[in-house]
Design a protein around this ligand. Structure first.
Ligand code: ZN
Ligand code: ZN
Length: 199
């Protein structure tokens, strides 16, 4: 027990700047964290987060409704966001998950061992805006990540189409694609279009 306490104390440093000691703060009124006074990043211990989650039960996240790319925000990633770090509690290398917004991308980090996580300055507020703050572990699941990447890919293609064809024609293409997709024999229409463009 004593050695466990000693290990905990020895590593309560900022994962991004090892010279900086984390101090006790509140992320919200009911979520205590350890904050770096220098970079303002927050360490959220797993047990504190789980307790907070239990207070906010019922706020469920539906993965396919979450599309970070569409969030309009003037958020700018913290200076040390992309720097890898060690868990302040147990010293394990933290895993990262990349979240893409319309104007920026950033990483959330989580310790695979003790399951606490690190939010650089401003990241919690973005997670909250996305509705992901109630279910942060989901962000680290490969199937959630794959789903979001696929949605992002589709969204990027839409933006390219609008850019190249103009909103009016692009809108007609999207509409036709939806109609064909919803029609039991829609593939005949797709084949016709493809033949039209064959050389
Ligand atoms: Zn720091
Ligand atoms: Zn850890």
């Amino acid at each position: 027990m004593l050695s466990a306490i000693l290990i905990r104390e020895a590593f309560v440093r900022c994962p991004k700047e090892t010279t900086s000691e984390l101090v006790a703060e509140q992320l919200t009124a009911d979520l205590p964290v350890k904050r770096c006074p220098s970079c303002k990043g927050n360490w959220v211990a797993a047990h504190d987060y789980q307790h907070w989650q239990s207070l906010h039960a019922g706020l469920e996240v539906i993965p396919d409704k979450v599309l970070p790319l569409t969030l309009e925000s003037d958020f700018e990633p913290a200076l040390l966001d992309s720097k890898a770090g060690l868990c302040p509690e147990c010293g394990t290398y933290m895993k990262r998950s990349r979240l893409t917004l319309k104007q920026a991308a950033f990483y959330i980090e989580r310790c695979p061992l003790c399951e606490g996580f690190w939010c650089d300055q401003g990241e919690w507020q973005v997670l909250e805006a996305l509705g992901l703050h109630v279910q942060i572990p989901i962000v680290f699941k490969p199937d959630w990540q794959a789903q979001v990447r696929a949605l992002e890919q589709t969204e990027r293609q839409r933006l390219v189409m609008i850019d190249k064809l103009g909103p009016e024609l692009a809108g007609r293409v999207f509409e036709l694609a939806d109609v064909l997709k919803g029609h039991p024999q829609g593939d005949i229409g797709v084949a016709y279009l493809m033949r039209k463009f064959e050389k």
